[in-house]
Design a protein around this ligand. Structure first.
Ligand code: NAD
Ligand code: TYD
Length: 350
């Protein structure tokens, strides 16, 4: 089987490629990624020499490129993760989110449809989406199910919601075999240190303030990234075409409780006095349009396909902290910007 993963140099995509290659000895993976600031080929350093892995630098906003690319190779399946993914960046520059997440997805659908035309059987376009399309839940009440109406608030979630609608439209209109999953917040190794957990690990390590938005009361449902990769694999092979699956950890934490736990783990690992990292917490102006609470009902995935999360949040967060502390070089290359030379160093001029 020859699979295309888009956005494979990012956080979740790199875990997904590693998972697929490890789980399926008969599988080849091509990784198509334009290497934005979020793409880092060092995330896949251990796979570089594999004959079953190949990297192609390409931008999904370039429809002509995609048409040529898909005319050259008929992939058996595509798992689409390439996206602009950070809410704060979407508030600062919404257009980039419309271009990559909406137009890029439509370009991809067009190129895949042309490549697979007349022979959809055995093929699948898997669209990786987010629970943020469902909007915001009130504190302590309700869960997002697959039937929850879309109600996005940020430019990021609006762009992902739009891409989900296009994917369904290509299934309903042209019969393209698609599946969509909507997942809650991921955490783990290789996450870019602009997102809450790696940013705060990095700040605690260097004694910098921890900017907690508003009162820190917002709630997120956190999932270990390898559990997300395993859920995608399960849905890819066993999910029903045309269906949507919610993926989540049943693991809700308010930001303040999460950060306090993180501070305790960091104090322990860094040999600092208990309570010293908490002193770095600084309440700052709230994010505009900040969704109060996300929480996923993942019972469809459990009942139909038998998927459940594998580790507790306490275990996963401790593993994440340990990974960042023992991979200081990775963090240093990312924060200094040196990681952006990786492509030229390994693949020649851009
Ligand atoms: P990320 O920002 O770490 O990685 C995104 C990748 O896409 C990067 O490698 C980047 O270079 C690539 N990319 C961006 N624009 C591109 C373009 N125009 N052409 C080709 N490649 C491009 O993101 P992530 O956190 O790994 O998220 C991956 C996917 O999962 C996204 O679609 C996101 O919406 C979804 N998702 C993320 C989370 C989460 O908690 N991180 C949760 C649910 C769903
Ligand atoms: P983030 O990791 O950006 O994910 P998302 O916005 O997609 O949920 O943020 C997680 C939560 O942490 C969210 O409620 C916003 C909050 N947050 C802060 O309080 N301070 C920060 O510096 C960041 C990046 C996030």
């Amino acid at each position: 089987m020859h699979l295309l993963v888009t956005g494979g140099a990012g956080f979740i995509g790199s875990h997904l490629i590693r998972y697929f290659l490890g789980a399926h000895g008969d599988c080849r993976v091509t990784n198509l990624d334009s290497l934005t600031y979020a793409g880092n080929l060092a995330n896949l350093r251990d796979l570089e020499d594999s004959s079953r892995y190949c990297f192609v630098k390409g931008d999904i906003t370039d429809g002509d490129f995609l048409m040529r690319f898909f005319a050259e190779t008929r992939f058996d399946g595509v798992i689409h993760l390439a996206a602009e993914s950070h809410v704060d960046r979407s508030i600062a520059n919404p257009t980039a989110f419309a271009e990559t997440n909406v137009l890029g997805t439509v370009n991809l659908l067009n190129a895949i449809k042309a490549s697979w035309e007349g022979d959809f059987s055995g093929r699948l376009f898997y669209h990786v989406s987010t629970d943020e399309v469902y909007g915001s839940l009130p504190a302590g009440e309700g869960l997002f199910t697959e039937e929850t109406p879309y109600d996005p608030h940020s430019p990021y979630s609006a762009s992902k919601a739009s891409s989900d609608h296009f994917v369904r439209a290509y299934h309903d209109t042209y019969g393209l075999p698609v599946v969509i999953s909507n997942c809650s917040n991921n955490y783990g190794p290789f996450q870019f240190p602009e997102k809450l957990i790696p940013l705060f690990i990095n700040n605690i390590k260097s004694g910098k303030a921890l900017p907690l938005y508003g009162k820190g009361e917002n709630v997120r449902d956190w999932l270990w990234v390898e559990d997300h990769a395993r859920a995608i694999d399960t849905i890819y092979y066993h999910g029903k075409i045309g269906e949507t699956y919610n993926i989540g950890g049943h693991n809700e934490w308010s930001n303040i409780s999460l950060v306090r736990l993180l501070c305790r783990i960091m104090d322990d690992r860094l040999g600092r006095n208990a309570g010293s990292s908490e002193e770095l917490i600084s309440f700052v102006t709230d994010r505009a349009g900040h969704d109060m609470r996300y929480a996923i009902d993942a019972s469809k995935l459990k009942q139909e396909l038998g998927w459940v999360p594998s580790i507790t949040f306490e275990e996963g967060l401790a593993k994440t902290v340990d990974w960042y502390l023992s991979n200081g070089d990775w963090l240093e290359e990312v924060t200094s910007g040196a990681y952006q030379d990786y492509y030229e160093d390994h693949y020649g001029k851009r």
